[in-house]
Design a binder for this molecule. Structure first.
Ligand code: ATP
Ligand code: MG
Length: 286
């Protein structure tokens, strides 16, 4: 559905110096994928999303949507912009109306929808994301960081994008809100087949929600694979300063020693459940 082919990106610095943010990146995302993008600070995650969104033009290489070259074909560019919804790392950049309600309605209005449909979409987005009614008449700038993120996500969801790009959407939220928002995004992905590409610093998020993981290291594509295959290479990940939870390592070791255990275990609770189900199966087998 979307494809990077040998994409390189330079930021123009002061006095004509250039900063290479991405180097020769190639990967493909299919319809319905849930891709988590991970990597250290400065590894190029946000830059990659801004290129995907059509906000930045690659300095080298190509971006394709459904096989068409976005920067060589005007139709492909407008298709990309129509398909994609983007939630910025800092939501303040995308909120600008004088009330929360108007802000969420801004996207659907721009799509030229009728008032009834706009109302329906806004109400639905407000409900699923969990924004309380009393906030709707407030200015987005009176809200807390977490509330702003919810409003930004609701505004993008109300546009019903085919591809949802989220730059650390739950960073800084309390644990309950984190889980709520991520579950909403996952449900959206599952129920409507919406493609999700989400930047996170949490390995647990990757385990819980992704089906593919894109790992960036200093502007280079370190790996792009399924969750299990990515985390099997713990030592390689460690080499670039990323790590998986200790409990996951225990299960990986057991698997490597020939025990029949799941390897997508990242918390003690999950480990308890996994062991329980193994014991039950054994009992069942006499
Ligand atoms: N506007 C800019 N001008 C010059 N260099 C930039 C600019 N924005 C980012 N960079 C540089 O490009 C590289 C990639 O930055 P990017 O913001 O994409 O990283 P990131 O992985 O999103 O980091 P973080 O986890 O901190 O959000 C970094 O070296 C960064 O310093
Ligand atoms: Mg970033």
């Amino acid at each position: 559905m979307v494809e990077f082919k040998n994409v390189t990106y330079f930021y123009e610095g002061l006095s004509s110096s250039k900063v290479k943010a991405l180097s020769n990146i190639s990967f493909k995302v299919e319809q319905g994928d849930f891709v988590c993008v991970i990597g250290h600070t400065g590894s190029g995650k946000t830059t990659l999303l801004k290129i995907l969104n059509g906000l930045f033009k690659p300095s080298g290489g190509r971006l394709y949507i459904n096989g068409a070259d976005v920067w060589a074909d005007k139709n492909a560019f407008s298709k990309l912009r129509k398909y994609i919804g983007f939630v910025f790392q800092n939501p303040s950049y995308q909120l600008f109306e004088d009330t929360v309600l108007k802000d969420i309605a801004f996207g659907p209005k721009n799509l030229g929808l009728n008032n009834l449909e706009i109302e329906r979409r806004v109400k639905n987005a407000v409900d699923v994301v969990g924004i309380s009614e009393d906030l709707l008449t407030k200015s987005p700038f009176e809200l807390s960081g977490g509330q702003k993120k919810r409003v930004a996500i609701a505004g993008v969801m109300a546009m019903s994008p085919k591809i949802l790009l989220l730059d650390e959407p739950v960073a800084g939220l309390d644990p309950k809100s984190r889980v709520h928002i991520l579950k909403v995004i996952k449900k959206y992905n599952k129920d409507f087949g919406v493609t999700v590409i989400l930047i996170t610093h949490s390995m647990e998020d990757v385990y819980m929600y992704a089906n593919k993981v894109l790992v960036l290291n200093k502007g280079e594509l370190f790996s792009y694979d399924s969750v299990d295959s990515t985390f099997k290479c713990v030592d390689r990940l460690k080499g670039i300063g990323l790590d998986i939870p200790d409990i996951s390592k225990v299960f990986l070791k057991l698997k490597n020693k020939g025990f029949s255990v799941p390897i997508n275990v990242y918390s003690v609770d999950m480990a308890v459940e996994a062991i329980k189900s193994i014991l039950l199966k054994r009992r069942g087998n006499g």
